[in-house]
Ligand binder design. Structure first.
Ligand code: HEC
Length: 137
């Protein structure tokens, strides 16, 4: 086999296997949203959203599994509920919860869309909601 064919085949394989590592169907929004989730939420809700991140140990309660939201809300991802809950805009019976109200504290760490410190950039927030929707069971 000519050396050029071998090199070309090897390159093709490398490119193909690189693709195999990136899950198909994950949009740019979902990927950006995953970054926001990883920095702002995973310490309590877990790396995969199923509850029990490292910071949850000291909370005295287990942060809910965020991958079963759709299941628990009639099979539809409750986007508005999540938006209001996370921003701290929903009425709560128990206001002693450990969950930060992000309208007050802001998204602090990652700004894929270029927001400044402490600012909740709508685009970041929407991306994060897209990510949460994508991990529903
Ligand atoms: C300091 C830990 C902590 C962090 C950080 C945190 N949460 Fe929570 N979260 C909780 C706890 C504890 C609850 C349980 C209810 C409460 O506290 O009122 C909760 C509840 C929720 C609920 C309601 C779930 C349900 O079943 O009704 C949603 C949605 C949610 N969190 C999303 C998020 C998202 C998205 C982020 C990141 C932007 C985040 N949380 C960051 C601790 C946390």
């Amino acid at each position: 086999m000519p050396i050029r064919t071998i090199i070309t085949s090897a390159l093709c394989l490398a490119v193909l296997s690189g693709c195999a590592n990136a899950p198909f169907g994950q949009s740019a929004e979902v990927k950006r949203g995953q970054l926001v989730y990883a920095k702002e939420c995973s310490q309590c809700h877990g790396a995969t959203g199923d509850g029990g991140g490292p910071a949850s140990l000291g909370l005295g309660m287990t942060p809910p599994n965020l991958t079963t939201l759709a299941q628990r809300y009639d099979g539809v991802f409750p986007r508005e509920y999540v938006r209001r809950f996370v921003m701290g805009l929903s009425e709560k019976d128990d206001t002693s919860g450990a969950m930060p109200e992000f309208a007050k504290v802001g998204l602090r760490h990652v700004y894929p869309n270029g927001g400044a410190d402490g600012e909740v950039l709508e685009a970041d927030f929407e991306d994060m909601l897209d990510y949460l929707e994508s991990i529903q069971q």
